[in-house]
Ligand binder design. Structure first.
Ligand code: FAD
Ligand code: NAI
Length: 477
């Protein structure tokens, strides 16, 4: 019996893979998508890291924990007295799991709707390409081999462990364990003050943990605009996150029900800290386990990522790779954009991912969002620029919401006024940043934004005012 033949086989159904599969199907190709993620019943759970143990469950817990914190601390100011407030962590986690399942099911529905054939199992290159294309072996409940004229590798990433401190997801937690803690730890340690450390640290702090974050670098959020990072550090510290920079971790030792971390602090002093649980969030590594890269001759780079060019082409003809398993920011929307672009290139179109306008969001409270260049980058490369900021303290909607922390900051070219970067720390920064992304895609000037009518009262007026601030003509500050 000959193998099933597909125009396009996508390996991995995370945000990169499932979106690539759908776009390829829309373009008229016969498409299969293979993903090995299983739910607790052993059934398929497409959506990858993002849906199962990343973006979606973390945002569900961030939302729930924020409600809890507001009910305990902010409602009173609004004239709402809450008595008998208590935490039902089991229900909170159950709701998070329901949200995840809705997303898994949604993707299976989308595959059906778009006539993408889904295989639940692990896919591996079974050899080099023949006239039938690449043989892809699928292991799982129903093993079989299929042939692919074009292959899109979208196998994602895994959490990086500290040497000598493997994840057991009970005491030493990756993102997977951090999203499934069954009782609020009194003392929670976090190694790495990056995106996961701050988001998960915020969740558990709001629910009652004393959270200590140990960061290796001497600077806080080095990729973020310095002014915004400084403000964030101040606000998070005020909320109760204990953030220590410049820490050198020497040893992590598990006890029966706690974890001891020995480290040197920024002054070089030896510190021993004991935590009930420890989250290790020090970055992620590309996932090429069991992919059979060597069987097909697929080249990896020196860091283990699938090596690709700017168009996501690998060293093999008709094999592409996208998302976390290739260079670039590890973000779901970056993976999606690459997925669409690759499907369109396979169809002979000119799909393109603009790396200069990929937004970043950290879903803490306040949220941090940015697009484009930071002030320190502009200084370093000698670009002449003007900066304008506007604080939410002076925004009517923020006052009505009772959430006035933070600011919007614009950076524009000193001569052309083109927007070079927009940085926001404040309420709904994740939504506000879209305007800046659109503006930058259209090569807008700061004055373009300053002249556009923004609804009143809205947080977006702070964006307009920050654009006005470039020419020192804010109206409300
Ligand atoms: P993945 O989502 O990792 O999916 C890869 C899939 O391929 C998985 O399902 C895996 O099981 C499958 N697979 C791997 N190998 C094989 C194989 N050989 N055969 C079959 N299947 C295979 N990004 C954001 O943009 N916003 C956020 O808010 C955000 N929050 C996050 C929170 C956390 C806690 C974490 C850990 C990450 C977060 N991210 C966020 C990052 C985001 O999850 C990733 O950038 C994104 O999931 C990458 O998508 P991907 O499709 O490349 O890979
Ligand atoms: P990260 O790269 O954001 O942060 C890792 C932090 O750990 C850095 O500050 C780094 O300096 C520090 N670090 C590294 N080694 C260390 C060591 N040995 N000791 C102490 N500190 C050390 O990585 P993180 O938080 O693990 O997240 C991985 C990726 O997942 C992110 O980069 C991002 O791409 C994605 N993500 C995105 C989210 C979002 O978009 N909102 C949310 C969560 C994750």
């Amino acid at each position: 019996m000959s193998n099933k033949q597909f125009d396009v086989v996508v390996i991995g159904a995370g945000p990169g893979g499932y979106i690539a599969a759908i776009r390829a199907a829309q373009l008229g190709f016969s498409v299969a998508c293979v993903d090995e993620w299983s739910n607790e019943k052993g059934g398929p759970a497409p959506g990858g890291t993002c849906t199962n143990v990343g973006c979606i469950p973390s945002k569900a817990l961030l939302q729930s924990s924020e409600h809890y914190e507001h009910a305990g601390h902010s409602f009173k100011e609004h004239g709402i007295d809450v008595s008998g407030l208590s935490l039902n962590l089991g229900q909170m986690v159950k709701r998070k799991d329901t949200v995840v399942k809705q997303n898994n099911d949604g993707i299976l529905f989308l595959f059906k709707k778009n006539k993408v054939t889904f295989f639940h199992g692990r896919a591996a290159f079974a050899g080099a390409a023949s006239a039938d294309g690449y043989p892809i072996a699928i292991s799982g409940k129903a093993p079989e081999t299929i042939n692919a004229k074009q292959v899109i590798v979208a196998t994602g990433s895994n959490a990086r462990a500290l040497p000598g401190a493997d994840f057991d997801e009970k005491l030493i937690l990756s993102n997977t364990g951090a999203l499934a803690i069954d009782a609020v730890p009194a003392k929670l340690g976090v190694i790495g003050a990056g995106v996961i450390g701050l988001e998960m640290g915020s969740v558990w702090r709001r629910l009652g943990s004393e959270v200590t974050v140990l960061e290796g670098l001497p600077t806080f959020l080095g990729a973020v605009d310095e002014q915004i990072a400084k403000e964030a550090n101040k606000l998070f510290t005020k909320q109760g996150l204990k953030i220590s920079l410049g820490c050198k971790i020497n040893a992590v030792t598990k006890g029966a029900d706690n974890v001891t971390v020995e480290y040197n602090d920024a002054k070089g002093e030896a510190v021993t800290a004991v935590f009930d649980k420890l989250i290790v969030s020090i970055g992620r590594t590309p996932n090429t386990n069991g992919l059979g890269a060597d069987k097909a001759g697929l080249a990896l780079d020196e860091r283990g990522f699938v090596a690709v060019d700017a168009d996501c082409k690998t060293n093999l003809p008709n094999v592409w790779a996208i998302g976390d398993v290739v260079r670039g920011p590890m973000l779901a929307h970056k993976a999606e954009e690459e997925g669409v672009a690759v499907a369109e290139r396979i169809a002979g179109q000119h799909g393109h991912t603009n790396f200069d306008t990929i937004p970043w969001v950290i879903y803490t409270s306040p949220e941090i969002a940015w697009v484009g260049r930071t002030e320190q980058q502009l200084k370093a490369d000698g670009t002449p620029y003007k900066a304008g900021t506007f604080p939410f303290l002076a925004n009517g909607r923020a006052r009505a919401l009772g959430d006035t922390s933070g600011m919007v900051k614009f950076l524009a070219h000193a001569e052309t006024d083109e927007i070079l970067g927009v940085h926001i720390i404040g309420p709904m920064a994740s939504e506000l940043i879209s305007e800046a992304v659109v503006a930058m895609e259209f090569k807008a000037s700061a004055e373009d934004i300053a002249r556009i009518c923004h609804a009143h009262p809205s947080l977006s007026e702070a964006t307009k005012e920050a654009a006005l601030a470039i020419d020192k003509r804010t109206l409300n500050f």
